[in-house]
Design a binder for this molecule. Structure first.
Ligand SMILES: Cc1cc2nc3c(=O)[nH]c(=O)nc-3n(C[C@H](O)[C@H](O)[C@H](O)COP(=O)(O)OP(=O)(O)OC[C@H]3O[C@@H](n4cnc5c(N)ncnc54)[C@H](O)[C@@H]3O)c2cc1C
Length: 404
């Protein structure tokens, strides 16, 4: 079955004009690193590999940033999908706190890129807020606050007595500068522009249809019969990895987003933070530079038949209602509704590194809600690994860590 991973009216590819179209591959070429996938992950890899003077090529089967990247909420936050205490059975508190620190490092890296090359993607560093409106969950949030504050993260505890938001908060953790938001379509193109000026080669409409390994490296064949030879291949194909490996990575769901029309005086009611509630599955929200709110969540079991409109509409309607409940005094009108595959892992971390059985097959898979920040860490760690340096935290993202 040809599985469709993205469906609906995706805000970021609708509101943006085509920034640049890249050629498709029309000849055989050689490189060191073959990056498959021209989403935000592939672009991030291309940036870090090129920055480290490693000869690299990106091959994208369709158009740049039109896969999951076109629907990601791009709500960036250092914390993970689950609270530290929930994750404790899968990993250690030390690892969780280290992941938080790495999340902050990844946020800083994106900010540095923006500072150096200009803000063409509406990047905004903001506070992030995790909260519950349920008395029953107060203790859980208090625990999360305690763990983070004792570890020295800049957090503030919020409850009824100091709630700056217009919605009910029984307990919340406000993380100063712990989040960011941007336009993922424009961020991807910004990375590629900078990297291509430094030697990265990018080919759109160039599907990889065959991969062969030999002693020297790897040769891939593209849909129009051209060959790309490299030393390694990095799979940055988001949630579709089946063509490259039989390995199963994470649990797939379908997740949903709706985006409002622009709202007047949004800052008065919203306070410009990225928000996540403590529900299961959780809802999360951010704003856009043209004053919309995007809310996401209402995940359901993975739908290979993502075109099932009736099922999708139920989730979209729930998200719309949730937003109306949160902000009863504003006129909420939904303009965009879209959904797509999503994958999560037991310890909430993605997969970065070599296949345990094939040292020429590498992965950069940002599974979990922090996919974009994991991709940044992948860019840093994998470019170093290629140069022979094993990053001290790479083991956290090890491919095969759940193999029995
Ligand atoms: C609704 C939703 C909301 C999300 N919200 C967030 C969020 O707020 N924050 C966050 O950090 N993450 C979020 N994520 C996760 C985020 O989407 C991903 O981390 C990120 O966008 C994935 O980018 P990617 O480049 O890895 O994948 P994609 O954008 O899917 O790119 C993979 C590319 O590989 C290409 N490809 C596949 N097979 C081949 C082949 N054989 N040859 C050549 N090319 C191929 C595809 O065409 C595709 O363009 C969200 C995901 C979803 C679905």
């Amino acid at each position: 079955m040809n599985i469709q991973y993205v469906q609906g009216d995706c805000i970021f590819t609708r509101i943006n004009k085509l920034t640049k179209q890249y050629e498709y591959l029309t000849e055989d070429i050689d490189t060191d690193v073959i990056i498959v996938g021209g989403g935000v992950t592939g672009a991030i890899l291309g940036y870090y590999f090129t920055k480290n003077n490693i000869n690299s090529v990106i091959l994208e089967k369709s158009r740049i940033a039109h896969g999951s990247t076109s629907i990601t909420t791009s709500l960036l936050q250092y914390e993970l999908d689950s609270n530290a205490m929930e994750l404790k059975s899968h990993t250690s508190i030390d690892n969780i706190l280290r992941s938080y620190e790495l999340g902050i490092k990844a946020l800083d890296e994106i900010e540095e890129f923006i500072d150096e090359y200009g803000n063409t993607c509406d990047f905004k560093r903001v506070d992030s807020f995790l909260y519950t409106a349920k008395n029953l969950e107060k203790k859980e949030i208090e625990e999360e606050y305690k763990i983070r504050s004792e570890a020295g993260f800049p957090v503030e505890f919020i409850d009824n007595s100091n709630n700056p938001f217009s919605f009910d908060v029984k307990a919340g953790v406000l993380s100063k500068g712990g989040g960011a938001q941007f336009d993922p379509y424009r961020f991807t193109h910004a990375l590629l522009k900078v990297s291509c000026e430094k030697g990265l080669r990018v080919y759109e409409n160039t599907e990889v249809v065959d991969v062969k390994y030999d002693d020297k490296g790897v040769t891939v064949e593209t849909i129009y019969g051209h060959k790309v030879k490299g030393r390694i291949i990095i799979v940055a194909t988001g949630y579709n990895t089946e063509f490259f490996t039989k390995r199963a990575f994470g649990i797939k769901t379908t997740t949903f987003n709706v985006a409002t029309k622009p709202i007047n005086n949004i800052e008065d009611i919203y306070k410009g933070v990225v928000v996540r509630d403590n529900e299961d599955p959780y809802n999360y929200l951010r704003t856009t530079s043209d004053n919309r709110i995007i809310i996401g969540g209402e995940d359901i079991n993975f739908l290979p038949d993502i075109l099932n409109e009736e099922l999708c509409n139920k989730s979209y309607d729930k998200l719309e209602q949730r937003l109306k409940n949160l902000f009863p005094n504003i006129n909420i009108e939904i303009e965009y509704r879209y959904c797509g595959a999503f994958a999560s892992t037991q310890d909430n971390l993605g997969f970065l590194g070599k296949d345990p059985n094939n040292s020429k097959l590498w992965y950069c898979l940002g599974y979990g809600a922090n996919g974009i920040l994991f991709a940044v860490l992948g860019g840093i760690m994998l470019s170093k690994l290629y140069l022979g340096e094993v990053h001290e935290d790479l083991h956290l993202f090890k491919v095969g860590r759940f193999d029995s």
